[in-house]
Design a protein around this ligand. Structure first.
Ligand code: ZN
Length: 242
């Protein structure tokens, strides 16, 4: 499986506290544990030509991870369209944390960027598993505790998820649908809420386990490039009709 981890990579360069947690960027941290899990992982960032998402990179990517926050609007619409087209063909997409407001997530969901409540108050987040037989929670217990995390609260304006894997509760009282599966075209999309830049969320072993599982779940089983549109009649013997 080939994974590309995309990060806008701004906080880590502009905020000392974030750099202390992710000295090489969040994408490097995520790529490291995915690589250790046996996947073939590349990284890409906003500042690279074509944001690191060239036709070649996208064509080879089975699952794309996406972390963005400050620079959603700097992402080129043409690249967003290419990512969208790849999802339609079958590429998996894992959208992390503030990626709910990214152009690609909004385009796939039909939502806008102002679609949830948030607060940075170091609440504890408890993620309750709502689908204990789902491949994304394989190897986990019935909940994950994240000692300090940004609070996100309902309501969260998204289409009804095809499958809900986690609901989070925060010590401030809010709840949030924090692990949501969607299918768009031939592609599988997982939205995963944790990942605020000021906390070491992607160092958390259970968070890593979820993302390793999510990559496996989102990976297409059929990598052919599907053709649509007009099809000529095929000779009956090609269809193996008995
Ligand atoms: Zn955040």
């Amino acid at each position: 499986m080939k994974i590309t981890v995309w990060n806008e990579f701004v906080h880590e360069k502009t905020d000392e506290r974030v750099r202390a947690i992710y000295p090489d960027g969040m994408h490097a941290c995520i790529a490291k544990f995915l690589t250790e899990a046996g996947y073939d992982v590349k990284t890409a960032t906003l500042e690279m030509p074509e944001h690191g998402l060239t036709d070649e990179v996208l064509a080879e990517t089975d699952v794309l991870f996406w972390w963005g926050h400050m620079r959603h609007e700097k992402v080129d619409d043409a690249i967003v369209q290419k990512v969208y087209d790849r999802v339609m063909q079958g590429m998996g997409l894992v959208v992390l944390h503030s990626g709910h407001a990214s152009k690609i997530f909004r385009k796939l969901m039909g939502t806008n960027s102002d679609c949830l409540k948030w607060r940075e108050s170091n609440d504890t987040e408890i993620m309750w598993v709502t689908s204990p037989n789902h491949p994304i929670v394989e190897g986990l217990g019935d909940h994950i505790v994240i000692p300090h995390e940004e609070t996100y609260g309902e309501h969260f304006i998204i289409p009804e998820p095809d499958e809900l894997v986690f609901i989070s509760w925060f010590t401030g009282g809010e709840v949030f649908r924090s692990g949501c599966c969607f299918k768009r075209g031939n592609g599988r999309i997982f939205y995963f809420k944790p990942g605020h830049e000021s906390f070491p969320i992607y160092h958390h072993p259970d968070v890593q386990k979820v993302l390793i599982n999510a990559a496996k779940w989102a990976c297409p089983v059929n990598r052919e490039t599907f053709r649509y549109g007009h099809f000529p009649v095929r000779p009956v013997d090609e269809l193996n009709i008995q």
